[in-house]
Write a protein that binds this ligand. Structure first.
Ligand SMILES: NC(=O)c1ccc[n+]([C@@H]2O[C@H](COP(=O)([O-])OP(=O)(O)OC[C@H]3O[C@@H](n4cnc5c(N)ncnc54)[C@H](OP(=O)(O)O)[C@@H]3O)[C@@H](O)[C@H]2O)c1
Length: 254
């Protein structure tokens, strides 16, 4: 098991799904973690699951006031941190003709604006030599129908990854992104899916993904922790964890 003892990490959107898996792996290795979420029920469930070594904080990733407050809470509870995971995200599936200003703003506020300002607020708390990992999406490139606003909101994260990697080089803080394909999480990244819609989404993923299966949250956690901790000569890049979906890989035709 990896040894994260003495390390401190913040994970936005860590109350379920991939963020929770990252938190659990860090805690298992002895790290101290602070995770955020918004939904109270999920916050209580995460507190019970992660135990007393974790700080579980209600904080809306799309609100600049909440991000400012989060900075104060992190400073108060953890002081300097080693790793920051900007993982909170949301998607609304709709053709571009149906996108409203409200749905556009909801996705960009959490996925893009919130991600940007969370790094701006929390970067001063990261130890020199620390790291930042964004959770992007396989849909951050390519033309996935029904994901125009979401894809745009995630595409911006790769620009942030590269520019922040440059600006934080003098402090030896590495900045990278993990780019998941279809991953089995409570929401599949699309909050509000019905059970039938989720099953259909999973089936689509299992059909179109070259590896013919969806991914597990632990596979994302391993990739995110590799970038955060082990990839000491890697910065400004994106690691796809998508079963080959966004990589031009094709299942051989019989
Ligand atoms: N699952 C996939 O197939 C997939 C694929 C590609 C990319 N992604 C991306 O991967 C990341 C994690 O996705 P996931 O599937 O693990 O999602 P998830 O299971 O829905 O978990 C998302 C986490 O983010 C939190 N969150 C959502 N909106 C928030 C907000 N406004 N403020 C604070 N916290 C918020 C959620 O908390 P509450 O809901 O409790 O508030 C939860 O802790 C997201 O950025 C998503 O876009 C997912």
């Amino acid at each position: 098991m990896a040894d994260y003892s003495g390390k401190k990490a913040v994970i936005t959107g860590g109350t379920h799904g991939m963020g929770l898996a990252i938190a659990k792996a860090l805690l298992a290795g002895g790290a101290e973690v602070l995770v955020t979420g918004r939904n109270e029920q999920n916050i209580e469930a995460a507190k019970a699951e992660l135990g007393p070594a974790a700080h579980v904080v209600r904080s809306d990733a799309g609100s600049l006031d909440a991000i400012e407050l989060l900075g104060k809470i992190v400073d108060d509870k953890l002081g300097r941190i080693d790793h920051l995971f900007i993982n909170a995200g949301t998607a609304i599936l709709e053709p571009f003709a149906a996108v409203t200003e409200e749905s556009f703003d909801r996705q960009f506020n959490v996925n893009t604006k919130g991600a940007f300002f969370a790094v701006q607020r929390l970067a001063p708390l990261i130890q020199d030599g620390g790291s930042i990992v964004f959770t992007s999406s396989v849909a951050d490139t390519g033309g996935t129908p029904g994901m125009s606003a979401y894809s745009g909101s995630k595409a911006a994260l790769f620009s942030f990854t590269q520019v922040f990697a440059s600006e934080l080089l003098p402090r030896n803080i590495r900045v990278n992104a993990v780019s998941p394909g279809f991953i089995d999480t409570p929401s599949m990244g699309v909050p509000g899916l019905s059970d039938a819609e989720k099953a259909g989404f999973m089936e689509l993923g299992d059909t179109i993904t070259p590896m013919k299966r969806h991914g597990a949250v632990e596979e994302i956690a391993r990739a995110a922790l590799f970038l955060a901790v082990d990839a000491t000569y890697t910065t400004g890049t994106k690691l796809p964890v998508d079963g080959g979906l966004g990589q031009g890989v094709q299942y051989p035709q019989s």
